[in-house]
Ligand binder design. Structure first.
Ligand SMILES: Nc1ncnc2c1ncn2[C@@H]1O[C@H](COP(=O)(O)OP(=O)(O)OP(=O)(O)O)[C@@H](O)[C@H]1O
Ligand SMILES: [Mg+2]
Length: 330
């Protein structure tokens, strides 16, 4: 079989992308969180990286973006809210946000009715409707969806995320919840201890478990695991995507700052997508190239990729040495 030089080059690009993502050698499960402003190419980049990862690992591309563009690119139509096989080692999951919010509201309703039996006089659907409007429910759905993926046997999970602001807040929620739960647990433990002391003294009752406290311990466990996952550089890698335009770039710079300060993490890879070499983008490319993190440039393709194979062809437009080669010309 004749191997063209282009084939060599593309294979080499795949290997280099794996190396830069820290996927050059086997390890535990890795999450690649792809973050960036709307329209910069998050879904495209996520698909591209998951295709590359799947050459060596059992890979899941998961979109928690309610815009649901992933299924369009993959041609998966109605495959929403379930794990579907794409090809080879690649699987996909598109979150159905509305459905999942409803399911979670139902789940919360059951817990609340269990803890507060007086609510049973209300119609179940009315309570679920109230629960659906509880602030933070969507964020909790995003967290649970990622957690569920991490409990499956995927070696690499690529997460195509919602807009940057939402994503960054979601990533730091586990730490905030942990602080808050720590205080709640302390308070509940004091109440429970007092209650049992009184019960033992008055009625000689033996200690029994407190269901609310058990639930709080369980929640703390859930958020501690998520906090560990998001702050562990060996488990989660952050890939920030931008275009050579002022607003997307400003958002990328803010995201770098945010994950550094709040998650104690560095970006694994900065992707500058749709680079056309127009002179107007020179300033942004110069600043981008000065950043001290691994970088990847994807040139603008003549036709916007809209299918899996279009995205795979974008590998021809990937340049991992752009800055080294072009800096003097910028
Ligand atoms: N390198 C590229 N060259 C040409 N077109 C591109 C390139 N990368 C992405 N596109 C096109 O840009 C558009 C936006 O890409 P994509 O859907 O991946 O962005 P996104 O950040 O996921 O957007 P959204 O925030 O809407 O989910 C699409 O039409 C896509 O085909
Ligand atoms: Mg998208």
């Amino acid at each position: 079989m004749e191997i063209s030089s282009q084939h060599f080059q593309v294979s080499d690009v795949r290997g280099r992308i794996l190396d830069v993502l820290g996927l050059g050698s086997p390890g535990g499960q890795r999450i690649l969180a792809v973050i960036g402003k709307g329209g910069v190419g998050k879904t495209t980049t996520s698909i591209l990286l998951s295709l590359v990862a799947s050459t060596r690992f059992k890979t899941l591309i998961m979109s928690i973006d309610p815009a649901m563009h992933l299924v369009e690119y993959l041609g998966l139509g109605d495959a929403i809210g379930r794990f579907v096989h794409v090809k080879g080692n690649l699987w996909a999951y598109q979150l159905d946000l509305d459905r999942s919010v409803r399911d979670l509201a139902e789940n919360y309703t059951m817990h609340v009715r269990d803890l507060l039996p007086s609510l049973k006089v209300l119609n179940l659907d009315d309570v679920i409707d109230i629960m659906k409007s509880v602030p933070g429910l969507e964020e909790e759905v995003y967290l649970r969806t990622v957690r569920e993926a991490t409990m499956r046997d995927f070696e690499v999970v690529v997460v195509d995320t919602p807009p940057t602001g939402v994503t960054l807040r979601v990533l730091t929620l586990p730490r905030l919840y942990n602080l808050w739960l720590g205080k709640l647990i302390e308070l509940r433990e004091r109440i429970v201890a007092l209650r049992y002391m009184i019960a033992r003294t008055l009625y000689g009752e033996r200690e029994v478990r407190d269901r609310a406290l058990d639930k709080l311990y369980k929640l703390k466990d859930h958020y501690s695991t998520l906090e560990k996952i998001f702050t562990s550089p060996t488990h989660t890698s952050y890939i920030l995507v931008s275009n050579p335009e002022p607003l997307p770039y400003t958002e990328m710079a803010k995201a770098i700052d945010y994950i550094t300060r709040n998650l104690n993490q560095k970006p694994k890879l900065l992707v500058m997508n749709k680079v056309s070499l127009a002179p107007s983008s020179g300033d942004i490319m110069r600043v981008f190239c000065s950043l001290q993190f691994p970088k990847m440039v994807i040139r603008e393709a003549p036709k916007p990729p809209s299918t899996l194979s279009d995205v795979e062809s974008l590998l021809d437009y990937v340049d991992l040495d752009f800055c080294e080669k072009s800096l003097s010309h910028l």
